[in-house]
Design a protein around this ligand. Sequence first.
Ligand code: NAP
Ligand code: MG
Length: 509
Amino acid sequence: MDSDVEQEAKRRNGLNPEIATSATTRKIHTAGSFIGGRWSVSRADNVSTNPAHPSQVVGRYQVSTAEEVDYAVDTARSAWREWCMVNSIERGRVIRRAAILLEKRAEEIARLITLEEGKTLPEARSEVLRTIETFHYHAGRAWAPTGKTYASSMPDEDVRTVRFPVGVVAVISPWNFPVLTPAWKIAPALVHGNTVVWKPASLTPIVAAELVRILEQAGVPAGVLNLVLGSGRVGQQIVDHPGVDAITFTGSTQVGQGIWNSATPRGVKVQLELGGHNAAIVFPDADLDHAAKTVVAGAMLSAGQKCTATRRIIALSEVHDELAERIRTEAERLVVGDGLIEGVDVSPLVSRSALEEVKGEIDRACQEGAELLAGGEVLEGAEYDGGHYLAPTVFVVKDPKIRLCREEVFGPVTAIMEASDDEEAFELANATRFGLCAAVFTASERRTRRAVAELEAGMININTSTTGSELHVPFGGVKASSSQAPREQGETAEEFFTESKTVYLVPGD
Ligand code: NAP
Ligand code: MG
């Protein structure tokens, strides 16, 4: 038993002394393939663990066999004929029931997200809330007008367009928003009359299975939504399957490009949401306090494991040193610890290999001349219980060509760079192959207009974080951050999940 002093020290470090010991009393979930309305969990011998306490098993899951993956696609294809004929309002009702069921289980699912992915409980709660709203939004879209009516050059003829579902949609999703990202895809896919084969990230199979259980209970018919579990091998098999009509993928640029190269030549519709290297420019006329707090939150929350995280901060020379100092103070104030503990700001990274990869990039940045302003170290010792913790890390970088400023480091790591004038600031912000989000902090309308016009990004944030996004407006990037497909979310979702048919109609009687 720890002394009171040790217990208090753990609390202040954001570590709950009770958590590690309560593992044995926790419910162990099971997950496996869900195909044609049936679960396969009898051989669930893989474990999913808690990033804050890696010896704690969150659940057991069964990897899908190659036969099951084929069967899932075939099942989705057979179920499609009937599902696409169900009217969209009825399909919307099913998704609305899922929203209601999820709301009833919101706290339980949020805790499961924290246990399996690691993010803090408030972050997990907000992910669940956004998922509920996403379901409501897409359920409501079932009532929206669709198609258009046109003039005809012929007498007695109607010309109009109607939207028709694409068919079987493969959903391949990452672990960092294990419920919200798949909901962005599954909800519009189903409302618009497609059937789905979903492969979640192999680090978050347990919470994925719970989301499927909710959709099953909401009344999604057997075969309309199918779940397969496993690594990239399973994902690749789905991508290569001739029975898939469209693929919506969120994840790394490398995997996404591979999917594009193998699927688009076969005429498969592909939507990719990939990495980012998002910059925030801080001009001298900005509210520096607000800017410093916002960029640190944008860089460090969810342990920096967001595609929209603020990876580069470009400060004009007049404010560079003062901003850097404020950023250092803000970063060092953050409490790192188990995401279930109240008051923790920065959770562990999702896995040991993610931690090692990020630490490797930090060491490399140091070798390439970046100056460490805060953090940089892995947090170890008995009080961290082997969790994958990294101190929030801030670099000051003189050479923007180093790898840290070009390649995405998926952790709580950010780089401050200096620009001597506006011209250089915009050039630096655009000097990356990515183009997901970009922020500017300024009171100037002229600079705001220039930012909207010149920043090469799909989402522009003026005096707000790169990480903020709304679910009813298009989400996506330019350059290597997204594919040339309609954006996710909002009204553009319909464009991806349906095809247009033009109808010329002359009445037959
Ligand atoms: P990832 O390695 O690309 O994995 C994403 C998904 O693809 C996982 O389900 C993964 O399975 C699967 N996969 C892996 N190899 C595959 C293959 N050859 N064929 C088909 N599927 C395959 O990405 P991650 O490391 O999990 O996630 C982090 C990345 O996602 C970051 O780059 C981040 O920027 C990006 N991201 C982008 C957005 C956005 O909207 N732009 C949002 C969130 C995250 P396994 O899990 O089994 O490997
Ligand atoms: Mg990966």
